[in-house]
Design a protein around this ligand. Structure first.
Ligand SMILES: [Zn+2]
Length: 388
């Protein structure tokens, strides 16, 4: 369970904000918000979904920072109630819905922080999934780095070596040993998964976060990358406040399963039921397959990196053009102001010269006493007629 995973990790002090209260939107509010989400999904050419522990709580796996989360309780010296083993946990309707969205190409990529393997077990293909913190149901070879699905959860965490030999057969068998693929706090994230996550996050037009408070970096910051390309929309589905709520275009405070049920009915789709025969873990157990390769493709990572670099170069160019336009504008404004100032100064110099010349030509002032007529015409237009 989450506990033996949590206990297997090294001690780590900074676990972020724990146990923040959960909030719930009203039924009608959820409806209106899911309508909006459905519209955005229909219009998006590149949707990326980010998942955290909140997508697996309905499978019986406790989260980490919720009111009853593993870290929240650990702080109080308590442990969460456990009612299921990793092997017995099944993908939730959220996992199954996400796999369906990927199949329908309504979701280009899924980036998960979960190690419970439920995305793998939902039938989501590896090419559409990055498992940034690892997977309980996957081993990795220490030599050739190939990954293989396990028929049951790994007995260790923190990338511990086992005595099991690598299953790769590239002309001759690989001599490497397998180790678990469950990362510890300070472990480096898997290269290809990280690269794919970065590329898809940059290219994303619609980023949907589900069940994460986004406190762990770099995974927690990736959903905000969509904001950099100028058209990205950020949606957060989470009960607790997250680190990036301020950047979100829409926040839905409701259970993920409920949101997906409503969403699918609005999209006219059906959430598929979980079937053991489509679950790679169970297929190995049933001996329907001998080995299942779960390696992330380096070629695919490079392919997306190229598309991302192209976009980043375009964005850089746009920023440069914008900067130049601004500085041209500022220059023009500066020139205008300078010209106006010069004109003003010229005018003043001219005035001063005229005044000087006039004063030179003026006869010496003669004091004349006001005549009676002068006094009379004061307040008139000078002709003795009173102005109207
Ligand atoms: Zn190997």
């Amino acid at each position: 369970m989450s506990c033996n995973y949590a206990e297997g990790l090294s001690p780590y002090e900074n676990k972020g904000k724990l146990g923040l209260p959960e909030e719930f939107d009203g039924e009608k509010e959820v409806d209106v918000k899911v309508d909006q989400l459905a519209e955005w999904i229909r219009g998006s050419k590149h949707t990326v979904i980010y998942t955290g522990a909140g997508v697996s709580t309905s499978a019986g796996i406790p989260d980490f920072r919720g009111p009853k989360g593993v870290w929240t309780l650990e702080e109080k010296g308590e442990k969460p109630d456990m009612n299921i083993s990793w092997d017995d946990a099944k993908p939730t309707s959220t996992h199954m819905a996400i796999a369906k969205l990927a199949e329908e190409d309504k979701c280009k990529f899924v980036i998960s922080q979960n190690i419970d393997g439920l995305h793998l077990r939902s039938g989501l293909p590896r090419s559409k999934l990055a498992e940034l913190h690892g997977n309980m149901f996957v081993d990795e070879c220490s030599v050739c780095k190939k990954m293989f699905v396990r028929s049951s959860a790994a007995p260790t965490v923190g990338r511990k070596m086992s005595e099991v030999s690598c299953k790769a057969q590239n002309r001759r068998p690989c001599r490497g040993k397998l180790r678990d693929f469950v990362l510890d706090w300070e472990d480096e994230l898997p290269d290809e998964d990280l690269s794919l996550s970065h590329s898809h996050s940059m290219l994303s037009e619609l980023s949907i976060v589900i069940g994460s408070t986004l406190q762990i970096i770099p995974a927690g910051n990736m959903p905000t990358f969509a904001k950099k390309n100028g058209k990205g929309i950020l949606v957060i589905v989470n009960l607790q406040p997250t680190k990036h709520d301020k950047k979100a275009d829409l926040i839905i405070r409701a259970f993920a399963d409920k949101v997906f049920e409503k969403l699918f009915s609005k999209l006219g789709l059906k959430i598929p039921s979980y079937a053991e025969v489509s679950d790679p873990v169970k297929r190995l157990k049933m001996e329907l397959e001998a080995t299942i390769d779960w390696s992330q493709s380096n070629g695919l990572a490079k392919e997306w990196e190229k598309k991302c670099s192209k976009l980043e170069a375009e964005l850089k160019k746009q920023r440069k053009v914008e900067k130049e336009r601004k500085s041209r504008e500022e220059f023009a404004i500066g020139q205008k102001q300078l010209q106006a100032k010069l004109k003003q100064e010229k005018l003043q110099i001219g005035k001063a010269q005229v005044k000087e010349e006039n004063e030179d030509q003026k006869p010496p002032p003669v004091k004349i006493a006001k005549t009676e007529k002068d006094i009379k015409t004061e307040g008139t237009n000078g002709n003795g007629v009173h102005a109207k």
